[in-house]
Design a binder for this molecule. Structure first.
Ligand SMILES: *Cc1c(COP(=O)(O)O)cnc(C)c1O
Length: 356
């Protein structure tokens, strides 16, 4: 029996993605070869990467003038590529958690960094508001979903300088107005594909404004010009991503996905609020993530934490343990998570409450 998979990343993928990818690993479209043993320049792989790029554009309604890249190095390499390619003297960052903090650290290598807002004072349990983005910064960087802390920015900000977003853990969870962003990037292993590929959606005319020399592999222009085929891209994860994108389209696209995601998240948040044993870690409802739901035992039930984790394990669930920097529990309920798994988690929370 398949487990209820609440892992934060790498994480659950649609059954369709796993089954179709497995077929291609054995025999790609009956050509008598595995997808793992063909050239990245073959006509078969060309068709795969082009359809994946096309579906990105279609599903996210990406305007003309943008490129979709599939690169290596993870979102973490983008922490350095973004300032390398965009930052002349100064950049602005919103600090909403560990990933944002890591991005800020890299930016410091390239110039002045204005940390316009931070929620560090409350262990990143809210999204800062009311700050000013400096007009003379080269770009403003945000992390839309804070995977560890369970907070999320679910709106597309209006700013007067180029906006850059790490959307590793909420890409394709809702419609996004891509025209408001200069760059959207993320590791694929939360909502799209197995680990190994990083997507970058980039506005082509945002480049070319820095004086420094950029190493070939770290220069976005290299990958734009060669359509992600300058060097060997992560062939197998891109193939898997293609199936997730086909699945998404078949599900009705991101608008439909958002509806399902809201339904799943609201169900779980309501139970956390109702259940006497638990409390959520993000007080402001607007800031709560619909991808990673973080909660802890209520103060008087702290000693039951380990028992609840064991209870979840006994009920065929994995990944419910919270990240060490928040503690308690985290249920990652990405696109591929069926509603039934969320209902199963709610059911064991209710059973556990009855026991105590
Ligand atoms: C997981 C994650 C990362 C790190 O991604 P890697 O691909 O491992 O480098 C960065 N940002 C966010 C928001 C994440 O959830």
């Amino acid at each position: 029996m398949k487990k209820h998979n609440f892992y934060a990343g790498p994480s659950i993928l649609p059954d369709f993605t796993i089954e179709e990818t497995a077929k291609g690993v054995k025999n790609l479209d009956n050509i008598g070869l595995s997808v793992m043993e063909i050239s990245h320049r073959s006509k078969e792989f060309t068709a795969i990467i082009q359809e994946a790029q096309q579906l990105f554009k279609e599903l996210l309604n990406i305007p003309d003038g943008y490129s979709v890249l599939f690169l290596g190095g993870g979102a973490s390499l983008q922490f350095c590529m973004v300032p390398y390619n965009l930052m002349n003297k100064k950049s602005a960052y919103l600090n909403t958690g560990s990933w944002a903090t890591k991005a800020i650290k890299e930016a410091h290598l390239f110039g002045e960094v204005d940390e316009v807002g931070s929620s560090k004072d409350k262990n990143f349990n809210y999204i800062p508001r009311g700050y000013t983005v400096p007009a003379d910064a080269d770009y403003f960087h945000i992390t839309t979903n804070n995977t560890i802390y369970g907070t999320e920015i679910r709106e597309d900000y209006d700013v007067n300088i180029p906006l850059v977003a790490d959307m590793s853990s909420d890409i394709f969870s809702r419609p996004v107005d891509v025209s408001k962003y200069a760059i959207i990037y993320g590791g694929a292993q939360k909502n799209l594909a197995p680990a190994g590929v990083t997507f970058v959606i980039i506005k082509n005319d945002i480049l070319g404004n820095v004086d420094r020399q950029i190493p070939t592999m770290l220069d976005y222009n290299t990958h734009i010009k060669k359509e992600s085929l300058f060097n060997t891209p992560p062939v197998l994860p891109i193939y898997a991503a293609l199936h997730t994108l086909r699945w998404l389209k078949n599900m009705g696209g991101v608008k439909e996905m958002e509806k399902i995601n809201l339904e799943k998240a609201n169900m779980l948040y309501e139970e956390i609020e109702r259940n006497k044993l638990f409390q959520g870690t993000v007080p402001n409802k607007e800031d709560r993530s619909i991808m990673n739901v973080t909660f802890v035992m209520n103060d008087e039930y702290q000693e039951l934490e380990k028992e609840f984790l064991n209870f979840a394990t006994e009920h065929n669930m994995v990944g419910v343990k919270g990240h060490r920097s928040v503690g308690g529990f985290r249920a990652s309920i990405y696109n591929a998570m069926p509603k039934e798994s969320v209902e199963a988690l709610i059911a064991i929370m209710q059973d556990f409450e009855k026991k105590h």
